[in-house]
Unconditional design. Structure first.
Length: 403
């Protein structure tokens, strides 16, 4: 299947437009990383406390942020997660202490900040994590609502907690919701000691600063070694300049992608790093396809200039590029639009990366290859440029470069 047949687009003739486009987006990203939003690292890299909060109603992120600010929890990041209507958010604090005690303290601070109507002398049945099942069991034992020596309050407590966490999604809107699950006398007894708040803290975790620094270092190494590996592979398969051109194109893709995260102030998390490594391989594969066609044509079209050969090679692979990149782009675009907040960063990186990666194979790597080969030919004064051959083939050649 082909979208285009016998196209003859002068891609290299538009290299200055491509250069301008790349400069605009690269410089904008660099300026944002240096002066505006900087590089918005996720909690995995900078360290901090992450707490999941489930609400009984649709949460207002601005209201949550203002409440946290008043409680002294400044610079909190709030992100909605889950399907629409799940009413769940992730609150990230800059608190970087690493013990379980510190995590519990962070949870208590959030609960205290968000509670709008606490009832004196009663516990919040949705937020009794500190004492858990024990608080419910002890309250039932103390009041003994069933007035029976054989009453199994342990089992009843498990039924209450299970209904809250499974059936009600972790948040009871009213204690009366428990009717039909436990005896009515138990429900009325619970009302004496408990009330239901508007939200529940469902869990949390802490990433210490040392762990964050280590993950940051490992992420940098992963990207760096992947680029070096690609350079070595292309050096072995073609020539060094082919590897350099491809690595420069991939670095261009990575820079623009990270710049897009900075410009939109989206956090770079571990999943985003995974997406960047994915697009490195994807962009490199697309570049290799173009380079491979150039290598084939440079042996067949010895009377044409290298620029003409490269243009023809790009046109010959254009249909394949549109098919593979287009279908992949539609897939990740669907993931971006419908995958939810958890996958938003990952899919956003792939959407930008596939667009820029496909573009750079045509508009960055190929023009750089031609510019270098023509520069080397002019320096040598021979008017020829070397023909790339596979490693170990024992063959080489020259191709005339038209004046």
């Amino acid at each position: 299947m082909e979208f285009f047949r016998n196209t003859n687009i002068d891609f290299l003739g538009k290299k200055w437009y491509f250069l301008g486009f790349s400069l605009i987006f690269s410089v904008a990203g660099i300026l944002s990383m240096l002066f505006w939003h900087h590089i918005p690292l996720g909690v995995e890299f900078r360290g901090g406390t992450v707490v999941n909060v489930k609400f009984a109603h649709t949460p207002d992120n601005n209201h949550i942020r203002n409440a946290l600010d008043k409680a002294g929890l400044h610079n909190a990041k709030i992100q909605s997660i889950g399907a629409p209507g799940s009413n769940e958010v992730v609150i990230t604090l800059d608190q970087k202490d690493t013990s379980e005690t510190d995590l519990d303290a962070g949870k208590r601070k959030i609960i205290a900040a968000l509670e709008t109507n606490p009832q004196s002398g009663k516990q919040d049945l949705n937020n009794n994590e500190a004492v858990g099942r024990a608080a419910v069991r002890e309250a039932l034992l103390a009041r003994d609502p069933l007035h029976s020596a054989t009453a199994d309050y342990d089992r009843i407590t498990e039924q209450i907690v299970a209904f809250r966490d499974r059936n009600a999604g972790g948040v009871l809107t009213s204690i009366d919701q428990l009717k039909g699950t436990v005896p009515d006398a138990v429900v009325e007894s619970l009302k004496q000691d408990f009330y239901t708040g508007d939200f529940a803290v469902r869990g949390g975790s802490i990433v210490g600063p040392q762990v964050g620094d280590q993950l940051k270092h490992q992420a940098n190494l992963a990207i760096g070694f992947s680029l070096l590996g690609m350079l070595a592979y292309l050096w072995f398969r073609f020539e060094l300049i082919y590897g350099v051109a491809a690595v420069v194109a991939v670095f261009h893709d990575t820079l623009i992608t990270i710049g897009a995260f900075s410009l939109t102030n989206q956090e770079i998390t571990l999943t985003v790093i995974a997406a960047i490594l994915t697009l490195v391989g994807y962009s490199m594969n697309d570049t290799i396809v173009v380079f491979d066609r150039i290598r084939e044509n440079v042996k067949l079209l010895r009377r044409e200039s290298l620029a003409e050969i490269v243009n023809r090679s790009i046109n010959q692979t254009l249909s394949r590029t549109i098919l593979t990149s287009g279908l992949t782009f539609l897939t990740v675009l669907s993931l971006f639009l419908f995958g939810g907040e958890v996958l938003r960063g990952f899919s956003f990186a792939l959407v930008i990366g596939i667009l820029i990666g496909t573009y750079s194979s045509i508009a960055v790597a190929a023009p750089m290859l031609v510019a270098y080969q023509e520069w080397r030919a002019s320096r040598s004064g021979r008017g020829t440029v070397p023909v790339p051959t596979p490693a170990g083939s024992g063959k080489g050649g020259k191709v005339r470069a038209k004046a």
